[in-house]
Design a protein around this ligand. Structure first.
Ligand code: FPP
Length: 239
């Protein structure tokens, strides 16, 4: 396989981690076991992102719509998140990972909210990799949330005009660059309400690989494909 062109790697990778349920079904396991193994992929993808010095990674872990899943599945996902945060904090500190979330944190049990806030605070000064996890996230709700905050600030006279640059500042993670590359595992060709504003010019990559099987090799293959893409941002091809 060709060597990856490090100077052409994306600055911000976003991933829709899909297919845990299907992976478990194929292996005749319970859906929640797919999520448990999915955590191993999360670890491997974060470590690889760090090794490649890609500075921003956003993972879609739990959508606003996911609350409608069976109660035991939701409980398992929340428990996995809590255990993950507890186990990974030392590694985040060691590798200089700054942790943040995008989404509606207030939907979570108070204890988990406090744990998440603690990890955000402890890792705030790290800067090697900005890791954002989308939790109770909905792209449409994020846009409405931004519009409401803008209306308030216009009323208060804090802002006088609204343009793309100002609008972006009101998104949950308004200070980070838009994703250059969006990966979706397990073959579905949709955005599922993920980062709707931010993906306007993002390169999209869909792989049939199910999330628990999406490891370093598959990730490098996706990134290699990105390095071959020609990005035009709506302009004509040069040369
Ligand atoms: C989609 O698979 C995956 C999810 C809804 C959850 C993703 C969560 C994890 C990988 C673990 C928790 C993450 C962190 C960061 C601690 P699906 O269940 O929709 O799969 P299916 O479409 O095959 O049913």
């Amino acid at each position: 396989m060709d060597k990856i062109k490090l100077n052409k790697l994306p600055t911000h990778v976003a991933i829709i981690m899909d297919g845990n349920g299907r992976w478990a079904k194929l292996k005749k396991l319970k859906r929640v076991e797919g999520h448990s193994v999915g955590i191993e992929s999360v670890r491997e993808i974060i470590t690889t992102t760090r090794e490649l010095a890609i500075p921003y990674l956003t993972l879609y872990a739990f959508s606003k719509e996911n609350w409608a899943r069976p109660k035991d599945e939701v409980t398992t996902l929340l428990t996995l998140l809590s255990v993950y945060l507890e186990e990974e904090l030392p590694l985040m500190m060691d590798q200089g990972i700054c942790f943040n979330i995008v989404g509606e944190l207030e939907d979570f049990p108070k204890k988990l909210q406090r744990q998440i806030a603690g990890v955000i605070q402890k890792t705030a000064d790290n800067s090697n990799l900005h890791l954002n996890i989308a939790l109770s996230y909905s792209g449409r709700r994020e846009i409405i949330h931004a519009v409401k905050a803008i209306v308030e600030d216009v009323k208060k006279g804090v802002i006088k005009k609204i343009d793309e640059k100002i609008f972006k500042k009101y998104l949950y993670a308004g200070n980070i660059p838009d994703p250059d590359f969006l990966i979706r595992t397990s073959g579905e060709m949709r955005l599922s309400n993920f980062l709707l504003w931010q993906v306007a010019y993002t390169e999209i990559y869909v792989t049939e690989t199910l999330w628990p099987d999406f490891r370093k090799k598959a990730y490098l293959e996706a990134l290699r494909e990105f390095t071959r893409r020609e990005r035009r941002f709506g302009k004509v091809q040069e040369g």
